[in-house]
Design a protein around this ligand. Structure first.
Ligand SMILES: [Zn+2]
Length: 563
C-alpha cells in the first residue's frame, strides 16, 4: 500500500519537474491569515474520514481565498448540503485543490454560475469546466470563506486530490506548515475477543484506562490480565486505542497520523493516513469501534482489520488479529505519531491467565445473523427488503419482521451500502406516502421515497423498524427578516424561512416581477435570501414557491416597496 502511494507521489513530482513552475513547497497559501487548524486530514467523523484540512477564519466569513497554484477551475458546485459553495482547481502538476463552504465566489465564477443557474432554472448545480474556460493564476483570488453547506461554523475546508484518481491526499505532504511540537495522547485501550475473520464476538470487550501523560512514554506496570472465558478456544484477539492529537497553541483535538503495534517485537499492525479514496471513506465504520462511538461518543481506532476493509491507510500486510496462548505473557508496544514525528509509545504486558477458553463453534449462526459476504432478499405481498453483498462490516443481528411493524437488522449497526425498502402502497397513484425508519436511539427519519409499480420505495442508510407514513401538509413560507406590513423595506437582503414539518424541502423557487431568480438555501436557518440589486427601489412583486418530497406545494406572494 505504501509503495503505491510513493509511486503516485513520484509521478506527481515528475510532472512538477516537467511542466510546473512551482514545486510542492512553493504553493501559495489559500488564506492571507496565519494557517491554524480546526481539523486535520483523516480525523474521525460520523460515516467518513475528514478528507482535508479545516483552516480557522477567526470565527467570521468573507476572507479572500487564493488558488494555491496556477491552473483552471474544473468544477464548481452550489448545494445546501455537503461542501455548500465549493471551487475545484486543477493544476498542471496533476493535483486538484478544493475550497469548500465558501460564502461567495469571485466575480467571474459568480457571473458564470448565475448564468448557468438561470439557464437550467436550478438553484443547486454542479458544473464541470474544461481547461480553456476559467483559468486562474498562482495566488489568484477565487472565492471568499464562509459557512455554507454542512459546516458547523465559519472556516475554510481545503483539500488536495490526485486529479486523475480523485483520491484525497494529506495536504501536509505538500509543505503546508502547521506548528506542532505536541505528542499525541493515548488515553485508553480496549481488547476484543475475535473470530478468525476479525469480527468482534458480541459482549467480549475488556477495557483499560491509561494514565493520561503527555511525555511520549506510557508504561503500564501491571500485567493486563485477560479474563477467563473471554477468548475462544482458537485464541484470536485484537486491540483498539483511544487517542488524540493537538497542534501548538490550539485546543482542537485532531486525528492521529500514524500508528504501529508490535507484540514480542513482531509487527502486528500499522496505519499511516497519507491518502483516502472517497469510495472507501465510509469504511471508517469498520476502522473504528463503532459501538463505542454510538453508545459513548468515543473514538477507538482498531489495530486489527477484516478482509472486507479496503482502506488504503494500512501500509503493512499484517491484519492485527492476534492468536494468543493461555498463560503466556506478551509484551505489547504501541506507538502513535503525528505528521511532525512527535510520538507517544505505550508499553504493556498482557496475559490470558485462564486455561478455559470458550467453546466457539457457531458464534454467528446464519438463521440469527446477516453476514457481510451474503446478499439477501426478503419479501411478501406487503414488504420487500433487498440487501446487496458487502452491506455489513460485521455480522448483524437479523431482527427480521415481514409483518407490520416491519423491521430488519440492529438499528445501532452502521451499513456500508443502502438497503432497498419497498412497502405496498394502499393507493395506486398516491405520491403522498413515504417510508419512515426508526433507527438508533428511536430517531425517526423520513426517507426520500418514490412510488414504483404500486410500491413506495426508498434507499435506506439505516437499519431498524420501517413503516409507511403520509405527508399531506405543504411547507410553510414566512417572511424571515422583514415585516410585510412595513411601508418600505430598506434592507440589502430580504429572506424567507421555508420549512416542512414531516419530510423535507425538495425545491424552492423565487420569482421577482415574474422572473425566476437564483437563491441559496441555508439549511442552518432554513432560509433563502435575495440580494437587492442597486437601483431597485420602488414596488416589486415577489413570489416564493416551495415543495416537499411528497409533492406538497406552497406559494407565498406579496408586493414589496423597496426603499
Ligand atoms: Zn472540513
Amino acid at each position: 500500500m505504501k509503495k503505491t502511494f510513493l509511486l503516485i507521489c513520484f509521478s506527481i513530482y515528475c510532472t512538477i519537474t516537467i511542466y510546473g513552475q512551482h514545486n510542492a513547497i512553493s504553493f501559495h497559501s489559500p488564506l492571507n491569515i496565519p494557517l491554524k487548524l480546526s481539523a486535520n486530514f483523516g480525523e474521525l467523523r460520523s460515516n467518513h474520514f475528514h478528507m482535508g484540512l479545516d483552516f480557522k477564519t477567526n470565527k467570521t466569513e468573507g476572507y479572500p481565498i487564493f488558488s494555491i497554484d496556477k491552473g483552471y477551475v474544473s468544477r464548481v458546485r452550489i448545494s445546501p448540503n455537503g461542501y455548500g459553495k465549493v471551487v475545484y482547481v486543477n493544476h498542471p502538476n496533476g493535483l486538484t485543490s478544493v475550497y469548500a463552504h465558501c460564502s461567495k465566489f469571485n466575480a467571474v465564477i459568480d457571473s458564470v454560475m448565475q448564468m448557468l443557474q438561470i439557464e437550467q432554472g436550478e438553484n443547486e448545480i454542479d458544473v464541470f469546466f474544461t481547461v480553456n474556460e476559467i483559468q486562474v493564476e498562482y495566488g489568484e483570488l477565487i472565492a471568499y470563506s464562509g459557512n455554507t453547506g454542512h459546516s458547523q461554523g465559519p472556516h475554510l475546508h481545503f483539500e488536495i486530490r490526485n486529479t486523475e484518481t480523485q483520491k484525497a491526499l494529506n495536504p501536509l505532504l505538500f509543505g503546508f506548515e502547521i506548528a506542532d511540537h505536541i505528542s499525541p495522547e493515548i488515553n485508553s485501550l480496549r481488547l476484543y475477543s475475535l473470530t478468525q475473520e476479525g469480527y468482534i464476538i458480541p459482549g467480549k470487550i475488556q477495557k483499560l484506562s491509561l494514565p493520561n501523560k503527555n511525555n511520549g512514554q506510557i508504561t503500564a506496570v501491571d500485567t493486563m490480565s485477560i479474563q477467563s472465558n473471554f477468548l475462544c478456544e482458537d485464541g484470536y484477539m485484537g486491540f483498539s486505542f483511544e487517542m488524540q492529537d493537538l497542534f501548538d497553541g490550539e485546543s482542537n483535538l485532531c486525528g492521529i497520523y500514524a500508528t504501529r503495534l508490535e507484540i514480542d517485537d513482531q509487527l502486528e499492525f500499522c496505519q499511516a493516513i497519507d491518502s483516502i479514496d472517497f469510495i472507501d471513506s465510509r469504511y471508517i465504520n469498520s476502522h473504528m469501534d463503532y459501538s463505542a462511538f454510538t453508545n459513548e461518543k468515543r473514538h477507538f481506532q482498531k489495530t486489527f482489520r477484516t478482509e472486507e476493509n479496503p482502506l488504503d491507510i494500512y501500509p503493512c500486510d499484517q491484519n492485527g488479529i492476534k492468536k494468543v496462548e493461555a498463560k503466556k505473557v506478551y509484551h505489547l508496544v504501541f506507538s502513535a505519531k503525528d505528521f511532525e514525528n512527535n510520538k507517544t509509545t505505550l508499553n504493556l504486558k498482557f496475559q490470558a491467565d485462564s486455561t478455559s477458553f470458550m467453546s466457539c463453534s457457531d458464534i454467528f449462526p446464519a438463521e440469527k445473523y446477516l453476514l457481510p459476504d451474503s446478499s439477501y432478499t426478503y419479501k411478501n405481498e406487503k414488504i420487500r427488503f433487498l440487501i446487496s453483498k458487502n452491506t455489513f462490516y460485521e455480522p448483524v443481528l437479523k431482527n427480521l419482521s415481514l409483518k407490520a411493524p416491519f423491521s430488519i437488522g440492529d438499528a445501532k449497526q452502521p451499513i456500508q451500502k443502502t438497503i432497498t425498502v419497498a412497502i405496498k402502497s394502499p393507493e395506486i397513484d398516491s405520491e403522498k406516502y413515504y417510508v419512515q425508519v426508526i433507527t438508533s436511539g428511536g430517531v425517526k427519519k423520513a426517507l426520500n421515497s418514490k412510488l414504483l409499480n404500486g410500491w413506495i420505495t426508498a434507499a435506506s442508510e439505516y437499519l431498524g423498524a420501517f413503516s409507511l407514513n403520509q405527508d399531506k401538509t405543504a411547507p410553510t413560507i414566512i417572511a424571515y427578516n422583514f415585516n410585510i406590513k412595513n411601508q418600505k423595506i430598506s434592507r440589502s437582503q430580504i429572506a424567507w424561512k421555508i420549512q416542512d414539518a414531516t419530510t423535507s424541502i425538495e425545491s424552492y423557487d423565487l420569482y421577482v416581477d415574474g422572473i425566476w431568480k437564483p437563491v441559496y438555501f441555508d439549511n442552518k436557518s432554513d432560509t433563502i435570501g435575495f440580494e437587492i440589486p442597486k437601483n431597485f427601489s420602488g414596488k416589486h412583486q415577489f413570489k416564493v414557491v416551495a415543495s416537499d418530497y411528497c409533492k406538497n406545494t406552497q406559494a407565498w406572494e406579496a408586493t414589496l416597496n423597496i426603499e
